[in-house]
Write a protein that binds this ligand. Structure first.
Ligand code: FAD
Length: 374
């Protein structure tokens, strides 16, 4: 019996929406489902007091890929937002990423030569030749002052462990710039959708049928009857019933508050780099879109230990989890009608541009047969 849809897409996040858009363009009929009560997955933005609030953490679009940039601009207009966060260390404000503005504030140096001399001097004084942990690696790359004020407390809060107990490879490369440039991303294109990410995903989905508040895994047999092929963007271990064990994630907890003032911190992103402040960052959402609303919305971000059942955020890229993922991946071969994609389906940290690129590539391979002859 013919099935009512060509593709069932599990997950209305960025990956699912891009695949759905491409399938529609290739003349395929899709049904998109999501267990949440909204589309857009983790890039979901919600209007509060006229401000686009990034509900699952601040998202700044940046890419070097001209193809991806042209693609997203078909579905939304981007503003000129440039990510230039600041660090607050016990009331002292420093520009990030570490650049000549940071060094000038830290040491009063004016020229790149003077800044480099300071870093070299501190590296030498610390007598580190072969960094054995994150603390030694950070000092040898940026010097003791930068480490103590801008790296130590923040990293400790992020990982829940002292830097001396963390592996050096976490900060193999530290962006240290000997130019006056506060632009965090070295990307050719950067910005925030002027109407919010949710609207962008809405435009990607167009008139494709979407059903919310439905958990595919709870009604798998019924849903599998609806389409010839499944695009699954949920967690890969959940798909296989955690039969080999649960993959681990790092989590973040957000405390969001509306304040009766126009401007709370003067920047979208402020990192709290001391160890005592319990949160790592405060996001003031209106600054992503240069908002002039009378109120403001802020989110405090707390690093949190992940436990099964929590919202999965960042995959843990260690040996144990990498090996477990490979075992799950081996089970995928027995599911020829299922495409596993996105950050959860592939257990991989993807920036938005990478997720789009991946979804476009997979869609191209999958849908070529329908495009031929069109
Ligand atoms: P998701 O958005 O997670 O979508 C998957 C969807 O599947 C979800 O909506 C989920 O509800 C649904 N689902 C899962 N299981 C089921 C099921 N059983 N049944 C039905 N539905 C299901 N990238 C950037 O480029 N710039 C940034 O500044 C940036 N900041 C980030 C900040 C944080 C805190 C995090 C965690 C990520 C950030 N990213 C950023 C990455 C970005 O969030 C991802 O690239 C993107 O959201 C991945 O999209 P996705 O479709 O793969 O996953």
């Amino acid at each position: 019996m013919e099935k009512p849809y060509d593709y069932l897409i599990v997950g209305a996040g960025l990956y699912g929406a891009v695949f759905a858009q491409q399938a529609k363009e290739a003349g395929q009929k899709c049904l998109v489902i999501d267990k949440r009560d909204h589309i857009a997955g983790n890039i979901y933005t919600e209007k509060v007091e006229g401000i686009d609030v990034h509900c699952y953490g601040a998202h700044i679009f940046h890419t070097n890929d001209q193809k991806v940039w042209s693609y997203v601009n078909r579905f939304t207009e981007f503003n000129r937002y440039t990510n230039s966060p600041v660090a607050n260390y016990r009331g002292e404000i420093y520009n990030l990423p570490f650049n000549m503005n940071t060094f000038n504030k830290m040491w009063g140096v004016i020229t790149p030569e003077q800044a480099q001399a300071r870093i070299d001097e501190q590296r030498k004084a610390a007598c580190i030749t072969n960094p054995k942990n994150l603390e030694e690696q950070a000092i040898s790359l940026a010097g003791t002052d930068i480490y103590e004020k801008l790296i130590k407390g923040y990293t400790q809060k992020q990982w829940g462990r002292p830097c001396s107990e963390l592996p050096a490879f976490i900060i193999k490369r530290l962006p240290v710039r000997l130019i006056y440039d506060n632009n965090y991303f070295n990307a050719l294109y950067q910005g925030i959708p002027v109407e919010g990410y949710t609207k962008m995903v809405e435009n990607l989905l167009g008139d494709t049928e979407v059903r919310l508040n439905v958990d595919y895994l709870k009604q798998k047999t019924e849903f599998d009857k609806l389409a010839d092929k499944i695009v699954y963007t949920g967690p890969i271990d959940a798909y296989f019933g955690y039969q080999l064990g649960a993959l681990q994630y790092r989590s973040v907890r957000f405390e969001t508050e509306t304040l009766d003032m126009e401007n709370y911190q003067g920047d979208a992103v402020v990192n709290y780099t001391d160890a005592e402040t319990p949160y790592t960052r405060i996001i003031e959402h209106k600054h992503f879109t240069f908002g002039t609303q009378p109120k403001t919305v802020i989110s405090r971000e707390y690093s949190a230990e992940w436990k099964p059942g929590d919202e999965p955020y960042y995959p843990v890229n260690d040996e144990k989890n990498g090996a477990l993922y490979q075992k799950y991946k081996a089970l995928v071969n027995a599911e020829p009608n299922v495409i596993f994609g996105g950050r959860l389906g592939e257990y991989k940290y993807y920036d938005m541009d990478q997720v789009i690129e991946e979804a476009l590539d997979v869609a191209k391979k999958e849908l070529t047969r329908f495009w031929c002859g069109k």
